[in-house]
Write a protein that binds this ligand. Structure first.
Ligand SMILES: Cc1cc2nc3c(=O)[nH]c(=O)nc-3n(C[C@H](O)[C@H](O)[C@H](O)COP(=O)(O)OP(=O)(O)OC[C@H]3O[C@@H](n4cnc5c(N)ncnc54)[C@H](O)[C@@H]3O)c2cc1C
Length: 501
């Protein structure tokens, strides 16, 4: 490392931290990183067991152009191949024998709904056109922008064409109901709302733009060899640049003088110093827990809206499951009741709604020959509503039974390896607040200038990157977040030196 360059310390090696590190190197910083977990990636992590590997959390991404932009902007050449997924996913309804297959090709998709949604093709084009217009009218104006304050953000919103304003008021579900009559179609398109932390009944219609990004603008993507390949490649680039990463190192305190942080303190009492500090840990709870900010006290954080907490089951299965796609959703027949009760722990988890990923469909190397890796994700109440997970084995057993019945394969005798992660594990492992899997929810009062800022309210050399600061959650947003971070540092500090990675 060249000592004459300013030093940045990054707390956390999620995609936010890793991409920030590469961008900061390019801007002339030397970078050092600390990470609580035993390996890099944050939620974009990997579990390996007896020849099986599993993507720990993200199993796909949309907006692949954000990845290409990041690679180009940083002048890096990671050895990764993006694979487009088509069909995008399948949806199993409990009242139907066969799943609905969600193709990107609208005519093929229309075939799936010819019995349930008259004029589907015409309707879906109108629906996606409207969502697409909203996306393109807001992308540069609101999503990919830093705002100096709330007023500037609200002023920017006034520049969004008036025709979109009903989308701010209407719910996702109501927007869908303007175009479609079929409950099936509406349920399928509204599944993305759950990623944002709420139900389609209380998620604003603005997020119908996600249907546009999945079906028209870009689609769903896998990384050949598994999602963790991205982390491995970024780590190689950082290692080449001499970036040191210290694992099993959790920051629990800070030292400051006036408006500067002078050091961060880890669990073993070691002090870490730098010229610039970037926090990839949750931007809200770091402010509360580590900096002791009253606005982010546990009481205040509990009142905020958080995204779903995940219960994950990773299964190594003997034998192939050829009839199951890469991504699959399993829904019951009480969608509205389920959606409104599940997050509040008001409904049993014996027959939940869940998502199943078969990474081996596209990445056969993720399991021994003749075997399959299976990842089940069940959105469950976060630890505010269900703090006790001693019943996890009973719940998991009933989910595996339900899945076996629905795919017509008895999975239990075929299980070779099994790992379970509850919201408690997610909280313990990555400091995810109350086990919330995707961080702060995306209600209108928790996005833009209303989301925890990417610069600190008090300390001038402290910044934030990742899913719980701007613009929001998901891998592409996290990459945008590191770009916004650099712009923010330049705006606040203005002393970054140029250097090629
Ligand atoms: C189950 C699940 C499924 C998901 N699926 C998808 C998907 O398919 N597609 C998609 O795009 N997104 C998905 N997401 C969301 C995506 O994973 C996140 O939005 C993204 O990975 C967040 O990256 P990040 O860098 O902001 O944070 P993180 O990945 O959480 O990284 C933060 C890092 O900081 C470390 N850290 C925290 N506190 C400290 C501390 N005090 N000291 C030191 N280190 C600390 C943590 O250990 C962690 O490594 C999923 C999330 C979950 C949980």
């Amino acid at each position: 490392m060249q000592k004459d360059k300013p030093k940045a310390l990054i707390v956390g090696t999620g995609l936010g931290g890793l991409s920030a590190a590469i961008r900061l190197l390019k801007e002339g910083y030397r970078v050092e990183m600390v990470e609580k977990y035993k390996q890099a990636g944050g939620r974009l992590n990997q579990i390996k067991k007896d020849g099986f590997s599993f993507d720990m959390a993200p199993t796909f991404f949309s907006m692949s152009y954000e990845f290409h932009d990041f690679i180009k902007e940083c002048g890096i050449e990671p050895n990764i191949k993006f694979q487009e997924l088509d069909p995008l996913y399948s949806v199993y309804f409990s009242h139907l024998k066969e799943p609905r297959i969600i193709y990107k090709n609208i005519e093929k998709l229309a075939e799936q709904f010819k019995d349930t949604e008259p004029l589907f093709s015409e309707k879906v084009h109108r629906y996606l056109d409207s969502a697409g217009q909203f996306y393109h009218d807001t992308e540069q104006l609101v999503i990919k922008k830093n705002f100096p304050n709330k007023l500037a953000y609200l002023l920017a919103l006034t520049k969004v064409p008036m025709k979109h304003s009903p989308k701010l008021i209407r719910s996702f579900w109501d927007e869908l109901s303007r175009y479609f009559v079929s409950e099936e179609v509406k349920q399928i398109f509204s599944l993305v709302a759950f990623f944002l932390g709420a139900t389609p009944y209380n998620t604003p219609a603005v997020y119908t733009l996600l249907n546009y990004t999945e079906l028209i603008h870009d689609g769903y993507w896998n990384i050949e060899g598994g999602m963790y390949k991205l982390v491995e490649e970024l780590l190689k680039i950082l290692a080449k640049e001499g970036v040191e990463i210290h694992y099993n190192t959790e920051i629990i305190g800070s030292e400051s003088k006036g408006k500067q942080i002078t050091g961060l303190i880890d669990k073993n009492g070691k002090r870490w110093d730098a010229d610039l500090y970037v926090i990839n840990s949750d931007a809200a709870s770091f402010r509360g827990k580590i900096l002791g900010r009253k606005l982010f006290s546990e009481k205040k954080l509990d009142k905020m809206k958080w995204t779903l907490a995940p219960l994950n089951i990773y299964l190594g299965i003997e034998g192939k499951l050829d009839d199951i796609y890469h991504h699959n959703y399993f829904l019951g027949n009480n969608f509205k009741e389920y959606a409104s009760k599940i997050f509040l722990n008001q409904i049993g988890l014996e027959k939940p709604y869940y998502y199943v990923n078969v990474p081996t469909r596209h990445n056969p190397e993720m399991a021994p020959p003749g075997c399959e890796s299976l990842f089940i994700l069940v959105p469950v109440p976060d630890l505010r509503y269900k703090p006790d997970w001693t019943d996890k084995h009973v719940i998991v057993e009933s989910i595996i039974k339900d899945l076996s019945e629905r795919i017509g394969v008895d999975l239990k005798p075929r299980i070779k390896v099994q790992t379970i992660l509850t919201p408690l594990d997610w909280e313990r492992t990555f400091n995810l607040y109350k086990g919330s899997g995707l961080g702060l929810a995306h209600d209108l009062n928790q996005i833009g200038a209303f989301r925890p800022k990417n610069y600190d309210e008090k300390f001038r050399n402290l910044f934030y990157v990742g899913a719980s600061t701007t613009p929001g959650t998901g891998l592409p947003m996290t990459l945008i977040s590191s770009k916004l971070l650099i712009e923010r540092i330049k705006e606040k500090n203005g002393f970054i030196h140029k250097k090629r990675v």
